[in-house]
Write a protein that binds this ligand. Structure first.
Ligand code: SF4
Length: 297
């Protein structure tokens, strides 16, 4: 599928964020070539005037270099809340790298979410931040399912990048998201990731967006045996599956001596400690309580 790429001028590249993982968000692009079928960021179409399907356009943001960046010292800046900062066009446009170069030395903390290994190109600059963290979304070990769902690099390339960063002493997260009921084998993914990451973040598949019919159709065609479960979860709002999975992961964590928590605070541990598993199910509710905690802090 061809992607329409154009440059746009923008004034504000950094925006205040109510995400539990950052004080500000920075998205060097609008749109995303990875075109994940479950991408909640497709709501951006409403705000940008794009009528093309999500995944078929990218606006490359051009901005004047950030000045007085010391004002962000101590803040956490999250790259990639509504786009992938390392999607293929970053190789040519280098806007993510430009943002990192402008922020280096500011004292800001950097957190990056990606499905790409292009981030390895920028390891040199990420080492200049005292507390950088890079997370890779991995919700299956099955490359066919991955290929059905997104246009990003293979799962194996994501693990290889995670290992390279971890070996280099940079904090990494395995973001097991979105968890597809009946398809995502959380324990097997944790087994693959646990020696390469500091944090394992779990998020349930949320089907509130325009992509709900797309995913339901996919399940009906490829996994019809799971359709009753999906109808229970996404039409009838029954939470039993997530409660069961929560119990399973809790029991696994206990067996393996791993910490498992449902809150989003106090998750930092020494670099060499085993990874902490964070349950971010029902994240709409958790986001609200995290915001409350942030406002109280
Ligand atoms: S990589 Fe992230 S932003 Fe890009 S389409 Fe997938 S979920 Fe959306």
């Amino acid at each position: 599928m061809s992607v329409i790429i154009r440059e746009i001028q923008t004034k504000n590249i950094l925006t205040k964020s109510d995400l539990p993982v950052g004080d500000r968000s920075l998205n060097p692009y609008v749109g995303c070539e990875h075109a994940c079928k479950y991408c909640y960021a497709c709501f951006m179409n409403r705000f940008t005037g794009h009528t093309e399907p999500w995944g078929t356009y990218v606006d490359v943001k051009m901005w004047k270099p950030l000045l007085h960046t010391e004002r962000y010292a101590g803040e956490e800046i999250f790259l990639g809340s509504v786009t992938d900062p390392y999607q293929p066009c970053e190789e040519r446009y280098r806007r993510t790298r430009a943002a990192l170069e402008e922020l280096a030395g500011s004292g800001a903390k950097i957190s990056i979410a990606t499905k790409s290994d292009l981030v390895m190109r920028d390891m040199d600059i990420l080492k200049r931040f005292s507390d950088a963290r890079v997370s890779w979304s991995i919700n299956t070990l099955d490359e066919d399912l991955k290929n059905d769902m997104d246009n990003a690099v293979s799962i194996e390339r994501r693990f290889a990048a995670m290992k390279a960063f971890h070996d280099a002493g940079i904090r990494t997260t395995c973001f097991i998201s979105p968890i597809f009921p009946g398809l995502t084998d959380v324990e097997r993914i944790i087994e693959r990731a646990r020696d390469k990451c500091n944090l394992i973040w779990l998020e349930d598949l949320n089907l509130r967006g325009a992509f709900k019919p797309v995913i339901m159709r996919y399940i009906a065609e490829k996994h019809p045996e799971l359709l009753p479960l999906y109808r229970d979860i996404y039409d009838r709002k029954i939470r039993a599956y997530w409660q069961w999975l929560d119990g399973e992961i809790g029991a696994y964590a206990e067996r393996e001596g791993l910490e498992y928590m449902t809150a989003v605070d106090n998750i930092e541990r020494p670099f060499d400690a085993p990874p902490v598993i964070v349950n971010f199910f029902y994240h709409g509710e958790i986001k609200k309580s995290a915001k409350k905690r942030k406002n109280l802090a």
